[in-house]
Design a protein around this ligand. Structure first.
Ligand code: FUC
Length: 804
């Protein structure tokens, strides 16, 4: 077998200048397209600029465009002192745990709960009544994810109609251009509605919708109940939408609730949307921003430019992010089929590598559309939500979902799109330090199972009504804080580390130090502790949630401690704190291999109530953590494989996505690919189809089911992880290349240490690597058992041709 590098060697590669080598990319066409309008939300085509979200249905008689704004949430600032005495119940809970009375612990721990999170609100819908009843045969709607433009085309009576929709980040508006292929053939009426409290007025060329979100919306899983939606117009979040008709040769009239355009050949609609959100700690009613002035300002600013200019700015802004990464799996043909048809064929076992590449890039597309610096971090549905009581409140669920949303950010070269999550962590520290004190009697800060726009951090459950298996988990702060280090590790931005990341990491680590207690056998553990959202079965057959030292708690704390120590070394600060963290890290309850050869999820070798549970939090140390690898900890790595086999390959969308990442880290590309195939199995958007396991909707959104966007991001991250991994100065090339991808090329992936990597492979073997680093630095390239050490000069490309 030909080896890429004959011996383990250390060499300084010559500084080859290959100007433009990684930048001039002919990107393959990346389009989602359909032969019919969307009948369901999960068939609509999403657009966004980080703030405004739009879902385009492409209707013929009526076009529907779902509208969202990322800051439009129910509720207001959280009362952080809602349960100030909660921590007083800890000693009794701990005693029950150490006495082995887990039933009592499960009961008592409910006293350490607070209120549920608030919900992300649906803003409304913009309707364009076209009045077209029957179309000629040709119909096509598409989303070009390289340009972030959705287009609908059809003909009626021989006249071609076209609508283009985009949401511009630089110009802060949603813009729609409607055209007819015959002069004066375009007539339509504009109207809008909302499920929230709203009024609509139409004046001249403008349609204006004003409204207010509820001050409280109960989580949907609580079912029908009194006061599930509560309005208080003085204190709720206000919003304003202005739709203005411009650039038209038609006649524009308004009649109170609708604006009508007639006898036009073209028309442009500009839509500005603003809310009164003024920060997580300001009442959006009494202390809110002037949403009317904000919307007017955005419209005015965009009004100085033609649609053509807005579109040009939009595409170049979008491309600057999207074009950084290219993935070509060397397969064509599939793109000549509509996306829903392709997905169905693929689900039946057909090969479609180009669909897989499209799916990979779609995750990047969704992130650029929903998460920009300065915007709010993406929720369970990104920024796209049509429900008044959305699934799980469309909130932040920190035991996997909120984090998974950002897994591809760094490796897929969208580092700045990570910023909203990193900024959110800064807000969590404010509320989380009160939560740490009042619920856990600890210093530092933490965030429990859920959060929301208001940066709530307390355990949920409505003061005792929540099951501890989810409500009482309190390691969200530790997990989230690992993102701060990851951002540094990829960017090597030391001023960010010093000013923003490290203080927050230190606070999260402080909480963990204070939260750990002795287990009576010489180790430090968490107690009470749960393993997200699985139940154990003790040797006395008690099925419960609460105990001590769950593997996931230990893994998250270990990871945060490792990163915090590294940060103190990089910054050369806090020696005493470093020693304290190191000392605690050494005493953490270690991983245990259970009787089935698996990695124990529980402190004891207990059984799982649901052996195929969707959560795999005990495997955190493999991914997203860096504690277990096949090379450095082979026995643990084998135990993880056993655990994954016992768990099975089923699960929700995000669960399958997580397993793709885990198998990639375990260097099993074929198993990762098997999961990718299952992750990409067609899921009907029709709720009566009652699909239970995870998959992908016709618009390529992840199906939990229902729609939950985390699986998209987890899937994209997993594909990147199959091609490139990095840790501790090592860059691992094609670590989990599946047999299904024999030939291909990926450009622009990022590696920890500030590197950017292009790879090409042929017949399953590495062909060429191009690596560059803005700042320069040392790294080791690993490929198929071989190692190459190199020192890069800033800004230079280094090339190794695998054939030479
Ligand atoms: C956790 C998961 C569920 C769902 C919800 C939003 O509770 O266990 O599957 O993803 O978050």
């Amino acid at each position: 077998m030909r080896k890429m590098i004959k011996d383990v060697m250390t060499l300084m590669l010559p500084a080859l200048m290959l100007a433009g080598c990684t930048r001039d990319m002919a990107l393959p066409k990346r389009v989602l397209w359909y032969n019919q309008p969307a009948a369901y939300f999960e068939e609509s085509l999403p657009l966004g600029n980080g703030c405004i979200g739009a879902t385009v249905y492409g209707g013929v008689k009526t076009e529907r465009i779902g509208l969202n704004e990322a800051t439009l949430w129910a509720g207001g600032p959280v009362d952080t002192y809602m349960n100030p005495e909660a921590h007083k119940h800890l000693p009794a809970v701990r005693k029950a745990i150490f006495d082995g009375d887990y039933k009592k612990a499960d009961r008592l721990v409910r006293k350490i709960q607070g209120a549920f999170s608030e919900s992300y609100a649906p803003l409304g819908d913009l309707y364009i009544d076209m009045g077209h009843d029957s179309i000629d045969t040709a119909y096509r709607r598409e989303l070009d994810i390289r340009k972030a433009v959705a287009t609908t085309r059809y003909t009626v009576g021989g006249v071609a109609f076209k609508r283009e929709v985009l949401v511009s980040h630089p110009d802060r508006v949603l813009a729609i251009r409607l055209t007819a292929g015959e002069k004066g053939a375009l007539s339509f009426a504009l109207r809008s509605t909302s499920q929230l409290r709203y009024t609509v007025s139409a004046e001249g060329d403008r349609l204006i919708m004003d409204g207010v979100a509820p001050v409280h919306a109960e989580p949907n899983y609580r079912g029908d109940m009194d006061n599930a939606i509560v309005y208080d117009e003085k204190n709720g979040m206000r919003f304003r939408v202005i739709v203005q008709v411009t650039e038209t040769d038609g006649t524009v009239v308004s009649d109170g609730e609708a604006v009508r355009v007639s006898d036009a050949t073209e028309a442009v609609l500009r839509v500005a949307i603003a809310t009164s959100f003024n920060g997580f700690d300001k009442n959006p009613g009494t202390e809110g921003k002037d949403e009317k002035a904000l919307a007017e300002g955005d419209l005015k600013a965009a009004g100085h430019q033609s649609y053509a200019t807005i579109k040009k700015h939009h595409i170049s802004d979008f491309r600057a992010l999207f074009n950084r990464v290219k993935l070509d799996l060397r397969a064509a043909g599939g793109q000549y089929l509509p996306t829903d048809v392709r997905l169905k064929r693929y689900s039946k076992g057909e090969e479609d590598r180009d669909l897989e590449a499209l799916y990979f890039q779609y995750g990047r597309y969704l992130m650029i559309s929903a998460s920009r610096p300065g915007s709010i971090n993406m929720n369970l549905q990104g920024i796209w939500n049509p429900h008044l009581r959305p699934p799980w409140s469309s909130n932040y669920t920190t035991n996997i979902n909120a984090e998974m949303n950002y897994w591809p950010a760094e490796v897929c070269n969208l580092s700045e799109c990570h910023e909203p999550l990193l900024a959110f962590i800064g807000r969590l520290e404010h509320t989380g330090s009160v939560t740490a004190k009042t619920f856990f009697n600890c210093n530092g800060w933490t965030c429990c199972h859920n959060s929301d726009l208001w940066a709530m951090t307390q355990p949920v459950g409505d003061f005792g009504k929540g099951h501890p298996v989810w409500a009482n988990w309190c390691l969200g702060g530790a997990w989230l804080a690992t993102h701060l280090w990851e951002h540094f590790d990829f960017t090597q931005d030391t001023s960010y580390l010093a000013e923003q990341a490290y203080p927050l990491m230190k606070g999260a680590a402080r909480f963990c130090l204070d939260w750990l207690i002795e287990d009576g056998r010489g180790h430090l553990v968490t107690a009470p502790s749960t393993s997200p959202e699985n139940l154990y079965k003790t040797d006395k057959s008690y099925i419960g949630a609460t105990a001590m030292g769950m593997t996931s708690d230990m893994a998250m704390i270990r990871e945060l401690f490792d990163m915090t120590v590294k940060a103190t070394v990089v910054l050369d600060v806090d020696e005493a704190f470093r020693s304290e963290v190191n000392a605690a890290r050494e005493r953490l309850y270690p991983y245990q291999i259970g009787s089935k050869g698996h990695l124990q999820e529980w402190y004891f070798d207990w059984a799982d109530q649901d052996p195929q549970h969707r959560h795999v939090s005990h495997l955190f140390g493999v991914y997203p953590g860096h504690q277990i690898t096949p090379e450095t900890t082979p026995a643990l790595s084998d135990a993880v494989k056993r655990s994954l086999d016992l768990r099975g390959d089923g699960g929700t969308g995000w669960s399958k996505a997580w397993k793709i990442n885990l198998w990639a880290r375990l260097a099993d590309g074929n198993r990762a690919h098997k999961l990718l195939r299952s992750h990409l199995s067609y899921t009907s958007p029709d709720p009566s189809a009652k699909t239970r396991s995870g998959g992908t909707y016709p618009n390529l959104w992840d199906a939990h089911p229902p729609f939950q966007i985390d699986g998209n991001f987890g899937g994209t991250a997993g594909m990147a992880e199959m091609l490139l991994q990095s840790r501790n100065g090592q860059i691992i090339l094609l670590p989990a290349l599946p047999g299904a991808w024999p030939n291909g090329e990926v450009r622009g992936l990022r590696a920890r240490g500030g590197f950017e990597v292009d790879l090409a492979w042929e017949d399953g073997r590495l062909l060429k690597v191009v690596i560059q680093s803005e700042k320069g630095g040392r790294c080791e390239l690993l490929y198929d058992g071989h190692r190459i050490e190199m020192t890069l000069k800033p800004g230079k490309n280094y090339v190794w041709n695998g054939r030479s």
